[in-house]
Design a protein around this ligand. Structure first.
Ligand code: AMP
Length: 215
């Protein structure tokens, strides 16, 4: 099964993608994570993407498409995968369809997280994650159960993304509204688009997604 989690930065799609992927043994493909990894390792792609990401703009279609193309060929994608943060432009969506059609498959489900901008900015500012295992937390919505200790790996070192500040987040939202929102009619026409309330609590959102997958 091929699922796209669709929504603006901070809507909770990353948290849900990692949970749903584990539950269903799907691969979790986050272009944001892959790009951050490339930046950290100072690869050619990382060097090209770093400044653009810090400015809250979109990295070129060419770069993200080539990252995804290589990634979906990997064995762990055979059983299905969840796309988190891709596609973000019509050109990316069309190219994804081309890649999949080579294997006679199509996108099964696009889940749109419906949210409002002010809540998003607060959520983004509150985000942090465990540097050891990557588990995400939030000052507002999901603090570690034990103060300063990761729920999953028990690590005690937490990090915040460079682009999770109000100014860059506003720019990321602008890019989303301008370049990514036009994808909704694209998927609506294909009759694979479903919307959920992204402001509901984490467990409810997970339940809604699971029931859409099982339909
Ligand atoms: P994310 O973690 O999904 O919020 O992505 C962080 C940043 O990576 C974005 O603000 C973009 O600069 C870049 N990025 C991630 N995915 C894409 C994509 N599909 N197309 C273009 N840029 C992307």
């Amino acid at each position: 099964m091929i699922i796209i989690l669709f929504g603006p930065p901070g809507c909770g799609k990353g948290t849900q993608a990692s949970f749903i992927a584990k539950e269903n043994s799907y691969a979790h493909l986050s272009t944001g994570d892959m790009l951050r990894e490339a930046v950290k390792s100072k690869t050619e792609t990382g060097l090209k993407a770093a400044k653009i990401m810090e400015e809250g703009k979109l990295v070129s279609d060419e770069i993200v498409i080539s990252i995804i193309k290589d990634r979906i060929e990997k064995k762990d994608c055979e059983h299905g995968f969840i796309l988190d943060g891709f596609p973000r432009t019509i050109a990316q969506a069309k190219e994804l369809d081309n890649m999949l059609s080579n294997n006679n498959i199509t996108v099964d489900l696009v889940i749109n997280f419906s949210v409002n901008d002010e809540v998003l900015l607060n959520r983004i500012e509150g985000r942090f994650s465990c540097s050891g295992c990557g588990t995400g937390f939030n000052d507002e919505t999901k603090m570690p159960r034990e103060d300063g200790i990761c729920d999953v790996c028990k690590g005690n070192n937490f990090i915040r993304r460079k682009d999770d500040n109000r100014e860059t987040a506003s720019k990321r939202l602008e890019a989303y509204n301008k370049e990514t929102l036009p994808l909704l009619p694209y998927y609506k026409d294909k009759e694979v688009l479903f919307s959920i309330d992204g402001l509901s609590n984490i467990e409810n959102v997970t339940k809604e997604i699971m029931s859409l997958i099982q339909k």
